[in-house]
Design a protein around this ligand. Sequence first.
Ligand code: PMP
Length: 306
Amino acid sequence: MILPKYAYFKGEIVPYSEAKVGVMTHALNYGTAVFGGIRAYWNDEEEQLFLFRPLDHYRRLLQSAKLLCMALNQTPEDLIEITKKLLRTEGYRCDVYVRPLAYKADEVIGVRLHDLTDEITIFSIPFDRYVANDTDAHVTVSSWRRIDDNTIPARGKISGAYVNSALIKTDAMRAGFDEALVLTQDGHLSEGSAENIFMVRDGVLITPPVTENILEGITRRSVIELAKEELGLQVIERPIDRTEVYICDEFFLTGTAAQLTAVTRVDHRPIGDGKMGPITAKLRELFQQAVRGRLKKYRHWNVGVY
Ligand code: PMP
């Protein structure tokens, strides 16, 4: 993978090689960090790089930080300005992925959240697709269960919690699948390893509510709005049973990295007729237009870097 040239580290933009922490750092030992993932899309006609919904992303990052009792000095607006400056310094003219990471920075032994120093770093890399098979993904239902809100809150993007996602993803890929869906402790579908989930049944778009141990996805939020506003679809947030996926008409994953990934098979069973469905295709197209700043109605989602 390509490394960044620069990073925001300890309050300034420095060469990436200078953005280093010691091995005793609390976050590295105990997973006490929270992160975000923001995409910026290059728009050729306007020669502009558009960050997608950075305000929503930074608000969520600060909420995740709050769950870990972090005190960060920056507001979401400050973090957007820092991000724009970082991307301008890199001088990108391509699609990129931005990773803010807030972490317990002390070099100290002792598991806790309080009486520690919080730092934030931000770096970015050029980025294309995350799920290689994004028009035709084959998923399984993971044998792992999703972390529960009373164990580690899934609504926070907490570094340590991503061991759960890593277990899910690796076992799925080693078994030959593109991704896995994961069940809550009481057996409903929560999400993918790093994506929210949607199914279509009889023309209605259905996704689990935020109380099903999911990350409150920004892509999820965007897709719900596009489905209602642009396609006039009914969108229902309710628990989803595992076997509903076997008999639904369409199924897709959403996430900053995964964007809208069409799922066409689950556990070797075709979804619908085994091809990407029409609603998924329309939403993918709308989303692609929106993220590149090509939909006037949604221009408030796009923040220009240059
Ligand atoms: N769920 C999990 C577990 C994730 O890691 C992600 C990726 N951030 C998502 C859902 C999708 O969230 P978003 O659309 O905000 O990227």
